[in-house]
Each structure stands twice: as C-alpha cells, then as structure tokens.
Design a protein around this ligand. Structure first.
Ligand SMILES: Nc1ncnc2c1ncn2[C@@H]1O[C@H](COP(=O)(O)OP(=O)(O)OP(=O)(O)O)[C@@H](O)[C@H]1O
Length: 594
C-alpha cells in the first residue's frame, strides 16, 4: 500500500474518533465540517479541472443547485432535506451534462468565463423564479430532527462520509482508462483524439462526475444552514475558495485538493475571526492566491514530492535497448481486426485538397494504400505530406475530396472514430503525454468507444499487461515507470509506436519514424515494422531517409506541391526523371553510381 494511502487512513481514523473523544466542542466541529465541505468540492472540481485541465470558476453552482433541490423538495413535500440530498447530486449531474454539452466546446479562458456566467445565471434564475424558490426571500427549513445534545455531530459525520466517498470516486477515476484519457486531454487534446479518446464524451462525463458529490453535499448543507437564498447559495467567493484549495494542495493529485481545502478553510476561518470585516477576508485570500501562483505554482503536494525525489533520486537502469527489442509481435496480432480478405485497397484518397489562407498545402491529391503493404510517401519539405496525414486521421478538416478506409467513407468522422476503425498514427515531432509515465502513455489509447473499455483499469489488469508487452516489442519494457518527458527523443519515438499499436490498428501512418533514432536501433526498428507487417499491419510511411524508404517500402509515392507526381516500386521511382528533378536530385541518377 502506498505511503500516502496509509497516512490518509490514519488521518481518517483520527477524524472519525475526534467527536467521540471531544464531544462538547461545537465550534471546532463546525470549523471541521466546513473543511470537509470545501474538500468535497475541491476534490470533485479536480476531476474536470485537475485531471482534464478545464478550469471551472463557477463550480459552487453545483452546491447551490444541490441545496435548492433538497430545500425545494422539503418545502413542497415536507420530506426531510437530508433524505433527498442525493437528488441534489442528480440535479447537479443533469445540469452539468446539459451545460457541459455546450460549454465544453470552448477551451482556456473562454471556458473559465462561461463557468462564471453559468454561476451568475443560476443566481438570477433562483432570484426570479419566485414560485419555486421564494426568490430573494429565500427558503427557511426546519431545524435538525435530532436532540440538541448531539449538536452538529451528525452533520460532521455526513460530510466526512461524503468526503471519503468523493476521494474514493476520484481515486477510482484516476485508475481507469477514463482517468488516463482525461489527463491525455489536459496534456494534448489533439493527440488524445488521435489515439481514440472520445474527447467530447469524456469531457462531459468528467464535468458530470465533478458535480455529483457537490450536489449531494449541497443538499446536506441546506439542512445544516436551515436557510438559503440566491446570493449566498451561488456566491462567486465559494468558487474561488474551491480553486484556491486545489491550487494550494496540488491540482491533478488525489490528496492535494483535500490538504489544500483544510489549509484554506483554516485560513478563511482565522481571517473571519481575526480579520475584522469581510473585506479583510477577501484581501487575505487574494494574497494567498498571489503567493501560491508565484512561489508554489504546482501546489504543496507536488512540490513536496519533487523535493523528496531530489533527495532520494531513483536509480535509472540504462538498458541495452537494441538487445531488449522483443520480436514477439503476436501481442499486436492478437487484437487485429480480420479484414484482410476484403476486396479493394485499405485506404483510398481521392481529390483531397486543403488550403491555409492563400496557400494550397494539398491540391487535389490522390493516394492508394494497398492492404498489407508498406507504402511510402516521400517528397520535398513543405510538399504537404504531414498535412495529408492530418486530413487522413481527422486532425483537421479537408476542403474537398473523399477518403475511404476499409470500404467506409471517413472524411467527416471525428479523429477518435477513425482510430476506433483501425487508423493509427505517429507524429513527426513526438507528442507523448510528458507528465505521464511511459506505461500510462501506452495504456492511454482507447481502441473502441465502449463504456467497458473506458472504465477498464489502466494501472493493472489486462490493459496494463498488454501495454507492457507492447513496450517489450519496442524494447522499452524496463522504462515503463519513467516519466515520458525524461526519455530521449528516439526512445519517445518508440514509445509512440507502442502507443499506436495499443489501438490494434490495421493501418499505421508513420511520420518520419527514423528522425532522431540511432542507426543501429533503426535497423531493429525496421525489422519490427517488417514483422508487424507480416502479422497483418499495413504502413504508410513519410520519411526523408531515402535508403531506408527504398529498402523498406513498396510502393513509393512521391509528393510535390500538394499532389502525387509519381507512384510505383522503388526501382522505378529512383529512375523517374520527374522525381529526380523534383526531389531526389542528381545523386540518385543511375549514371551517378556507375
Ligand atoms: N496549420 C497550418 N497553418 C498554415 N500553414 C500550414 C499549416 N500546416 C502546414 N502548413 C503549410 O502547408 C505546407 C505543407 O506543410 P506540410 O507540413 O504538410 O509539409 P511536409 O511535406 O510534411 O513537409 P516536411 O517534409 O518538412 O515535414 C507548408 O507550406 C506549411 O507551411
């Protein structure tokens, strides 16, 4: 069991017995339950804003929605708000899904601003929907049904229980491929889409997941307060405290938001008691925010663990990478879709064009990739090869033309659906998720859109085992636990190949696979490509290393000014005067070697 979990468990035991050994202390209990409430919110917020990187500054809206749901039901039916608190979570999820479907189309600052607008809109609705919410007069609820002797102890345990559930929920998400997909979205959304992560669905699910426990806590909070009004329930300061808590403790970590919430709640309480007036409290919170951003940008927990790692560096074992390359490519074959007996080419590009302003990068290009081939695409710098890759994989929309993959028109499909159909790619400049470990990078791809796949364990189990096997195929099994950002460029290229193989692709587009890879390793890499090809994987390779292309690929397509000028077996291509003039130059003329 990890040390952090042991410490968390000990803290939980201490918090559980605190009211038992110290029952006549309503003030500290009140302060602590507010700490729990903020920790529930910060841990939930962390799912959309920490894991997925979409910063919400209006998250306290869900607390208000939960409070109003429970309070309105209690007001109109007489049921105790505590029993209907889970319905507060349901309301929060419904609003998150509906709002998320719209607001998650935006990114960065736009998303932050829209979340604030949502919070303020909720306040306006609560103020003006008199018949349901009593408007600005607010709703007064009955006092707790238990004896005054118990003080706030039932609330203390209710919030503590919700906090434990929220942390467990967040920990579970982090372990799944859903969680890895969220981190992938945070680090590079375009790349995430290219490896089959349905970014639209994952973001909406994350937003909904980040709202549920806040909504439930809102229901309990309404009963605790016994009074709620629109201004108090949908206050922007509540959202600021959530963000501050997660930033102080460490965004994107499991326990950081909890630790941050405890610290921020205590400071908030201290500022309220000793600060004199509410302005002082806001000033103190503002100062902390500035200090954290300046001196602890990563938050407390990540800074502490970085300091620990500096003092206790991990032994890095430098492996004989060439020797470590495994030729057991059966692991790839085991999941390949069986379509090799279908008639027709695997990929057919017809009349595809793409303009960037006045520049025609791809100009009515045609390209055919036969099933089972290792097809090359070569051509001068800037001739449009990478742009064509982007159009084939859906990284950017095309202006005109058609793309058919395995008999199916794909030019209008989103990138992740193309990935699910068996289209994988690597990038010219590697785009690994640098904050993830090598293993997490390879587990991250989602070969289909099924919920079962998304919720599969990413840390252990079948998916992780397959990822380890694929790392062995490229010879990097020993580096599974290293951060991807710490690998050499050539190693990153190999990890990216393992990553794309996780999709069980029928066609892999390799964008300059030889760039930055040392010559001896390159020899073995081409062997692995050949083996994978024998196992049924088709390749389309963009490469400037002409000897490699001529020995590995057949046919070879030559691109110039956005279209294919020649196509055929390597022997013919190196003789083609058009190709010699446009790209290869005089050194490759047959008489030059005579
Ligand atoms: N996103 C973009 N916005 C504007 N122009 C672009 C964009 N992407 C590519 N281009 C332009 O399109 C042309 C084709 O670029 P592309 O990267 O496809 O060429 P390439 O054949 O892959 O070149 P290289 O061999 O150097 O990688 C270039 O002139 C490039 O500047």
């Amino acid at each position: 069991m990890r040390r952090s979990h042991v410490v968390a468990l000990l803290c939980l035991v201490a918090l559980l017995i605190y009211p038992v050994i110290n029952p006549w202390q309503p003030y500290p209990q009140g302060v602590m339950l507010m700490m729990f409430l903020l920790a529930i919110q910060a841990t939930s917020w962390n799912i959309i804003s920490g894991y997925a990187g979409y910063i919400s500054l209006g998250h306290s809206m869900f607390l208000g929605l939960g409070s109003y749901t429970a309070a309105i039901i209690a007001l109109h039916t007489g049921v105790n708000p505590l029993w209907v608190a889970p319905l507060g979570g349901v309301t929060a999820v419904i609003v998150a899904v509906l709002a998320g479907a719209v607001v998650l189309r935006t990114r960065g600052h736009a998303f932050v601003i829209i979340t604030i607008a949502l919070l303020l809109s909720a306040q306006i609705v609560a103020t003006n929907w008199d018949s349901l919410t009593n408007g600005s007069d607010g709703i007064t609820l009955e006092l707790p049904f238990w004896s005054a002797d118990f003080q706030n102890i039932p609330f203390y345990y209710a919030f503590l229980l919700l906090l434990v559930l929220t942390v467990l929920f967040s920990a579970w998400i982090a372990r799944t491929k859903f969680g890895t997909g969220l981190v992938a979205i945070r680090e590079d959304e375009g790349k995430a889409a290219a490896i089959g992560v349905n970014t639209t669905v994952l973001k909406i699910l994350a937003y909904a997941a980040s709202s549920f426990f806040i909504g439930v806590a809102g229901g309990v909070y309404a009963y605790y307060q016994t009074f709620l009004n629109p201004v108090g329930s949908f206050a922007i300061l509540g959202s600021v405290l959530i963000v501050l808590a997660a930033l102080v403790g460490g965004r994107g970590t499991l326990y950081g938001p909890v630790i941050g919430a405890f610290i921020v709640s205590l400071v908030n309480e201290g500022a309220t008691v000793y600060g004199g007036n509410s302005q002082t409290r806001v000033l103190i919170m503002g100062l902390i925010l500035v200090l954290v951003v300046l001196f602890l940008p990563a938050g407390l927990l990540p800074s502490l663990s970085a300091a620990w790692r500096r003092r206790h560096p991990v032994e890095v074992s430098f492996t004989d990478q060439v020797g470590a390359l495994s030729h057991n490519t059966a692991v790839v074959r085991s999941r390949l879709p069986v379509s090799s007996d279908r008639p027709g080419p695997l990929l057919e590009v017809r009349g595809v064009s793409k303009r960037f302003g006045g520049l025609v990068a791809v100009d009515g290009a045609d390209l055919v990739v036969e099933r089972g081939s290792i097809t090359a695409l070569i051509g001068p710098n800037g001739s449009g090869k990478t742009t064509l890759f982007n159009l084939i994989t859906g990284a950017m929309p095309l202006d005109s033309g058609t793309i058919t993959f395995n008999g199916k028109r794909i030019e209008k499909l989103p990138p992740w659906t193309r990935g699910h159909l068996g289209l994988g790619r690597t990038f010219q400049v590697t785009r690994l998720f640098k904050d993830m470990t090598v293993l997490q990078n390879v587990v991250a791809p989602q070969p289909d859109g099924k919920l079962r796949t998304m919720l599969a364990d990413a840390v252990s189990g079948a998916e992780a085992a397959r990822a380890r096997d694929l790392l062995d195929v490229v010879g990097l099994g020993a580096l599974a636990q290293q951060k991807a950002g710490s690998l050499s460029y050539g190693q990153q290229k190999l990890v990216e190949l393992a990553q794309v193989l996780m999709l069980a692709p029928e066609l892999v587009l390799l964008d300059e696979p030889a760039g930055g890879v040392n010559p001896s390793l390159l020899g073995r890499l081409t062997e692995v490509i050949r083996e994978l090809n024998r196992d049924g994987v088709t390749f389309l390779v963009v490469e400037h290393n002409i000897p490699l292309v001529l020995s590995l690929c057949d046919p070879v397509n030559v691109f110039a000014r956005g279209k294919c000028i020649s196509s055929g077996p390597p022997a013919r291509i190196r003789e083609d005067p058009l190709v010699l003039d446009a790209y290869l130059g005089d050194d490759w003329r047959a008489d030059a070697h005579a």
